[in-house]
Design a protein around this ligand. Structure first.
Ligand code: ADP
Ligand code: SF4
Ligand code: MG
Length: 251
């Protein structure tokens, strides 16, 4: 089982990238679990025709006695979908909520029963506070992909996430596994990213073009990887899947 977290600024394209990556991996015969770790709880909507699945935290609030089927929904695309959800607005720690959701999955034996080959955590990275860094520290994610464009704010978030990972390095926590560029087609994007990589000693492991097909699919609640499998974006998701497939199995 490989457990990979996908971090990045809100709105940068984490959920879109993660969902299409999940779909690409499923098409290769892998069992994939995608866990949305964003209070927005829309990570998995492209697997479910735009519909949202109930979140772990919402269900826990309503009923303490949950079964695995309440938390994990297998989509028609074949992906095991989970949304951690968030606390009620203004109450509690969102990062802590994510961990509560993980603990609930552990308790119900999700990994032993489903036996996923890949677990993809789709995590908000605007603040890399103690709460949202928990998936990196708690032994959950083993490798981390950081999604960014050439826009300053997304590079700023990417840099913060990478700093957190450097701080954890000596403690055997999750490791940086590369940068996924999700292009916004801003001026000089190529050069900006190249400079960022030199400064941060980062490597680009995925390069997704800005794509009208992705946007059509977003409106329709569909996966570009399935709806337009030959589009430039889908080919880029496949190349990202090649890379993710090559990552070492965690101990
Ligand atoms: P995040 O999960 O990081 O908040 P989303 O995956 O929800 O971001 O994406 C935000 C918006 O950007 C969505 O409308 C999505 O369709 C769009 N988007 C993401 N990647 C691309 C792309 N490569 N080309 C065009 N639009 C994209
Ligand atoms: Fe929010 Fe992070 Fe503080 Fe938790 S640790 S309350 S997620 S800022
Ligand atoms: Mg998202």
């Amino acid at each position: 089982m490989r457990r990979i977290a996908i971090y990045g600024k809100g709105g940068i394209g984490k959920s879109t990238t993660t969902s299409n990556l999940s779909a690409a991996l499923v098409s290769r015969g892998y069992a994939v679990m995608q866990i949305g770790c964003d209070p927005k709880a829309d990570s998995t909507r492209l697997h479910t025709g735009g519909k949202r699945i109930p979140t772990v935290l919402d269900q826990l609030r309503a009923n303490q006695d949950l079964a695995l089927e309440d938390l994990v929904k297998q989509s028609e695309s074949g992906v095991y979908c989970v949304e951690s959800g968030g606390p009620l607005p203004g109450v509690g720690c969102a990062g802590r909520g994510v961990i509560t959701a993980f603990e609930q999955l552990d308790e119900l034996g999700a990994y032993e029963i489903i036996r996923p080959d890949f677990v993809l955590y789709d995590v908000l990275g605007d603040v890399v506070c103690g709460g949202f860094a928990m998936p990196l520290r708690g032994g959950y994610a083993q490798q981390v992909l950081v999604v960014t464009s050439g826009e300053m704010m997304s590079l700023y978030a990417a840099s913060n996430i990478m700093t957190a990972l450097k701080n954890f390095k000596s403690r055997n926590y999750a490791q940086f596994a590369g940068l996924v560029v999700n292009r916004r087609d801003v001026a000089d994007e190529e050069a900006i990213i190249r400079r960022f990589c030199e400064e941060e000693q980062a490597n680009v492991v995925g390069d997704i073009p800005r794509s009208p097909e992705v946007q059509i699919c977003d409106e329709q609640g569909k996966l570009c990887a399935r709806r337009f499998p030959k589009s430039p974006a889908s080919l880029a998701y496949q190349r990202l899947a090649d890379y993710v497939e090559s990552l070492p199995e965690a101990k």
